[in-house]
Ligand binder design. Structure first.
Ligand code: SF4
Length: 346
């Protein structure tokens, strides 16, 4: 039997919705009502949309889908971190991580199923690339976690390199920050990238979200070994690009640096780091390595991490050490993966 795909409403802009509702014989103002029901009132079914006529609700039921799906499972950490698994169109799950921290409630969302970048210390990289997520699959993570309405911050730091799926990521950021959408301040959204251009440039140009660059070492040869994308998009070019933007006011630039014992955690590296960044207006975020199988990497000692942070702070580079969250449920940085290792969502 022939089936026609339903039109997915989540992830569409107001003009797109207008065009579609009109093509279905509905008045154009119904598009605004749909935006309101989806993003403001957070309806999860057409039957809740009581200011639409019964006839139009029946039509929507037949021809459209909200694009909202509940998580398939959740793993809860001792520290309150939760890892949610969502189904995707390619049949492999994708994960997002909810991190409560005093007055903050952050959701770390995924932008791809797997990743093409193959960073040496990352489980997602090891999984390889499986698929791009569409904007509605990205937004669904935000709207369908049970904590959705209490979220204060959003980070594109889950599975995938967001700048390698830039159309869908930009579309989701537009709807997250659109007054007719979720109306989030871009200050509460951070996008993390290894510096994948030209996607990064588009994010810088077309949004006001905070930027975090995964640096990990100032030694360029070492970075080429750990982050193979260094060979395509050298960090020096990324830094040159970043110097063209203003990070002194509302928008923040930070660098992420995973600390590996004996490899990138000595003061010589800290000095090299200062010289590479050369006065760029930014912050440094040191990250404890979370061990993954079959790698030579080992987490730096706490005292070494602190000494590294102290040195950078003393030299005027504002440096913090990121708290580890959800390590016991493999939800910590670099541990997300849905098709390697053991059954890691339970
Ligand atoms: S660290 Fe980020 S860019 Fe690198 S492989 Fe993992 S998900 Fe991809």
């Amino acid at each position: 039997m022939e089936t026609t795909e339903k039109y997915i409403l989540l992830g569409r802009t107001l003009p797109e919705l207008k065009e579609w509702v009109q093509s279905q014989g509905m008045p154009s103002f119904a598009a605004g009502q749909l935006m309101d029901w989806i993003y403001v009132k957070r309806a999860r079914s057409f039957s809740e949309m009581t200011n639409l006529s019964l006839k139009h609700r029946a039509l929507l039921e037949e021809k459209a889908s909200l694009g909202l799906t509940e998580p398939l499972s959740v793993a809860v950490s001792r520290d309150g971190t939760k890892k949610y698994l969502f189904a995707t169109s390619v049949g492999i799950g994708v994960e997002c991580v909810y991190i409560p921290d005093r007055e903050r409630a952050t959701l770390c969302v995924s932008s791809q199923v797997g990743c093409k970048m193959h960073c040496a210390f990352c489980m997602t990289g090891r999984m390889g690339f499986k698929a791009q997520l569409s904007a509605h699959e990205i937004l669904n993570q935000v709207l369908s976690v049970p904590e959705s309405s209490s979220l204060t911050n959003l980070v594109f730091m889950g599975m995938g390199e967001p700048c390698d799926n830039v159309e869908a990521v930009l579309r989701s950021i537009r709807l997250l920050t659109d007054e007719r959408g979720l109306a989030w301040s871009p200050k509460r959204i951070t996008l993390s990238s290894i510096g994948a251009m030209p996607g990064l440039q588009r994010v810088l140009e077309e949004t006001r979200v905070q930027i975090a660059i995964s640096l990990h070492t100032p030694d360029l040869q070492q970075r080429g070994e750990w982050v193979p994308a260094e060979r395509i998009w050298p960090i020096r070019d990324t830094l040159d690009l970043l110097r063209g933007y203003d990070f002194s006011h509302q928008r923040r630039l930070s660098f992420e640096y995973v600390m590996f014992r004996g490899l990138n955690d000595d003061i010589a590296h800290a000095r090299m780091l200062l010289s590479l960044l050369n006065g760029l207006n930014c912050r440094m975020n040191l990250i404890r390595f979370h061990s993954i199988p079959d790698t030579p990497f080992v987490r730096s000692e706490e005292s070494t991490i602190q000494a590294f942070a102290d040195y950078l702070n003393a030299k005027g580079l504002l440096t913090t050490v990121r708290a580890s969250c959800g390590e016991d449920i493999e939800a910590a940085c670099g541990l997300l993966s849905t098709c390697v290792s053991k059954d890691d969502v339970g």
